[in-house]
Write a protein of this length. Structure first.
Length: 174
């Protein structure tokens, strides 16, 4: 009888250990899937920053050819397109369903950059949910697709803002 209890106890302990191990294994696989998705999103965010930086470089070239005047807001992507390698730079890697993932800051339409007091704090391009070429607004279409937003400034630097901080940046008139 004592031997039978020892066997049953060992079987129960064995079953409990196997169940605990399987539960741990399932949680580990779930954690790996979550981490992999976070890594993928970070890669897409980096791609978006790269795209906006390339567009900023194209705008800088446009400025050199047009006496330091920014493009008209209603034609910004058409005016900048000749300075880009290809149109795929207008597509945000996190929003491939949009034709153009970025919008131009409308208050800068045809402005001369040298008249702006602080070009390093004036937004120029931003993630947009509108998805149209040549779209421009004052930040109403700002998209938080990266758990935040990416904004390019007139001086050419690109910055990620977590949460809804980007909305505050776009509220400041140039």
């Amino acid at each position: 009888m004592a031997d039978k209890r020892k066997v049953i106890t060992r079987v129960i302990i064995g079953v409990v250990l196997v169940v605990n191990f399987l539960a741990f294994l399932i949680l580990a696989v779930y954690a790996i899937v979550i981490v992999a998705e976070l890594i993928r999103e970070n890669i897409r965010t980096s791609g978006c920053i790269y795209h906006q930086k390339q567009i900023a470089i194209a705008v800088a070239q446009y400025l050199q050819d047009h006496s330091d005047f920014l493009p008209p807001a209603s034609l910004w992507s058409d005016k900048v397109r000749p300075y880009l390698l290809n149109d795929s730079l207008f597509v945000c890697p996190s929003a491939k369903q949009l034709e153009c993932g970025y919008a131009f800051y409308r208050p800068l339409s045809s402005r001369k950059v040298s008249t702006l007091p602080d070009p390093y704090v004036v937004p120029m391009l931003f993630d947009s949910s509108k998805g149209e070429f040549n779209y421009a607004d004052e930040g109403q279409s700002l998209d938080f697709r990266h758990s935040g937003s990416i904004i390019t400034f007139v001086d050419g630097h690109v910055q990620f803002f977590g949460g809804t901080v980007g909305r505050i940046i776009l509220r400041k008139p140039p």
